[in-house]
Every structure is written in structure tokens, then in C-alpha cells.
Design a protein. Structure first.
Length: 94
């Protein structure tokens, strides 16, 4: 498969602006009556992006469009926990 790789500047903006904004909006909605936010999946044209909020910020992983991101979650969460990163509590706001 020949995927076009976005420029590094695009990745930087995604990590600094897009993902934190999506997390903030989704977390605010989730805290109203959905029990919070566990993760996001963004379906771009060429790939999917799994975004997991953690207390220290967020982790994002790009996956081929044919990959199902949900089975990656338990292993990713275990790895984060093993390395000292933690999921935000329900009262964390950012």
C-alpha cells in the first residue's frame, strides 16, 4: 500500500492543536451524561488515528484503515501503565 505521509509540520499541529481540542470537546460532552472519555478514533482518508487521553497529555497511534483500533486498546493501556503513565481521573479537565 502506498500511503502518502503527511509532512512533519502536519503531525506537529495534530499533536499540539487537533488532538487536544478533540479530547477537550469529547471529554466535556462525555462528562455531561456519558461517564467520561476513554478514547477517540479519528478516521482520516488514508489512515485511522487512535487517540488515548492520559493525565500527562495524550497518546496517538496511526493505523491502516483496514486495522480495527479497538483490539489495540488493552495492550496500549497496559504499556502506558507499565511505563508510569496514567489515565485521567473523571475530575481531570485537561
Amino acid at each position: 500500500m502506498n500511503l502518502r505521509r503527511p509532512p512533519l509540520q502536519s503531525d506537529r499541529y495534530e499533536e499540539l492543536l487537533v488532538n487536544p481540542t478533540l479530547i477537550a470537546l469529547s471529554r466535556a460532552r462525555g462528562q455531561i451524561d456519558c461517564g467520561g472519555l476513554r478514547f477517540l478514533v479519528v478516521g482520516y482518508g488514508n489512515f485511522d488515528q487512535l487517540v488515548v487521553p492520559i493525565r500527562e497529555g495524550h497518546v496517538s497511534i496511526a493505523l491502516e484503515r483496514t486495522a480495527d483500533p479497538i483490539p489495540f486498546l488493552p495492550r496500549l493501556l497496559r504499556l502506558l501503565e507499565m511505563h508510569g503513565f496514567s489515565e485521567p481521573s473523571s475530575d481531570d479537565t485537561g
